[in-house]
Write a protein that binds this ligand. Structure first.
Ligand code: F6P
Length: 328
């Protein structure tokens, strides 16, 4: 028999991303729309273990759709990786009468939810929120579009100073395991080269490409480097390597870091968050569990957690080719 869900919890977990607040708002309001109670769970799974809950109604999420970060705070919980931690979390949820939850986060957060569901047969649903866009089952994760716009704006600014001084810049962008941000920003900001974890360009080809770029009369060069790039050197070592091998370049490094995770979400992320929240809550209410909601061909679809976690979100190789052609 279908278990009737009356109280739904919502939490943000792992690295924050713009659009998380818009997703919390959507979950809370969809619950209100369907006459379900909604509880915010603070600090991700840490707050679940501590029973750090707050009842939320439609008005408690006013004025947050445009805010970066997450009003519920986030954490990467070590305790939730242990059986004891999860048991405590389960007891806290039962005590508060929460009978399902929506977790907004990345693949680590989904793995936690999946294990929890298996251990306690507890209904769970996921909303993919990470600027890295590294989750299978959705073309866009929450925060990715905003991060692209933030990064492209900054790279444009760096380009201004780079060309005033005829300099080469290595710009490190986020992307621990995937190069989605690097590839899109590389094309969008007209980078000479893009270094990503999925492809090892090799140092020789990098030098060759930079020499070509110099010979073609370019006044500045931008190389976008994803933080997880496997060329074997970090951005500072890359600078040293080019300094040693190409005296014709004056090289500088910019590591953009966590500013990429902040800021007001783009319209795309706000709309996506709103759609994902509705889909997540309505899926739970209709008895579905253990899925992640995602965007595919502009339709909201569900992907089982195990596929979302195991599957690879592939880089668009066409974009790499476009970048090669554009940087001639
Ligand atoms: O997962 C998103 C992300 O921003 C990665 O790109 C980055 O490697 C990581 O989080 C940084 O995590 P933290 O904020 O814990 O240092």
């Amino acid at each position: 028999m279908l278990q009737t869900i009356k109280k739904i919890g919502v939490l943000t977990s792992g690295g924050d991303a713009p659009g998380m607040n818009a997703a919390i708002r959507s979950v809370v309001r969809t619950c209100a729309f369907h006459n379900k109670k909604c509880y915010g769970i603070y600090r991700g799974y840490e707050g679940m273990i501590d029973g750090d809950f707050i009842e939320m109604d439609a008005r408690s999420v006013k004025g947050i759709i445009n805010k970066g970060g997450t009003v519920l705070k986030s954490a990467r919980s070590k305790a939730f990786r242990t059986v004891e931690g999860r048991k405590k979390a389960y007891e806290q949820l039962r005590k508060a009468g929460i009978d399902a939850f929506v977790v907004i986060g990345g693949d680590g957060s989904f793995t936690g939810a999946m294990v929890f569901n298996k251990e306690f047969n507890f209904p769970v649903m996921g909303i993919p929120g990470t600027i890295d866009n590294d989750i299978f089952g959705t073309t866009h994760t929450l925060g990715y579009d905003t991060a692209l716009n933030t990064v492209v704006e900054v790279v444009d600014k760096i380009r201004d100073t780079a060309s005033s001084h005829n300099r080469l810049f290595f710009i490190e962008v986020m992307g621990r395991d995937v190069g989605h941000i690097a590839v899109n920003v590389g094309v969008g900001a007209g980078a000479e080269e893009i270094l990503i974890p999925e492809e090892d360009l090799g140092l020789d080809r990098l030098l060759e490409s930079l020499r070509r770029s110099k010979a073609s009369g370019k006044s500045s060069s931008i190389v976008i480097v994803a933080e997880g790039d496997k060329i074997g050197k970090n951005v500072f070592e890359l600078k040293d390597y080019v300094d040693e091998n190409m005296s014709e370049y004056e090289v500088r490094v910019s590591v953009l870091g966590h500013m990429q995770r902040g800021g007001s979400p783009s319209c795309f992320d706000r709309v996506l968050a709103s759609r994902m929240g509705v889909k997540a809550v309505e899926s739970l209410i209709t008895g579905k569990s253990n899925y992640m909601v995602g965007l595919k061909n502009d339709i909201m679809e569900l992907t089982p957690f195990d596929q979302a976690v195991k599957g690879k979100s592939k880089i668009n190789k066409e974009l790499l080719r476009v970048s090669d052609i554009m940087s001639i």
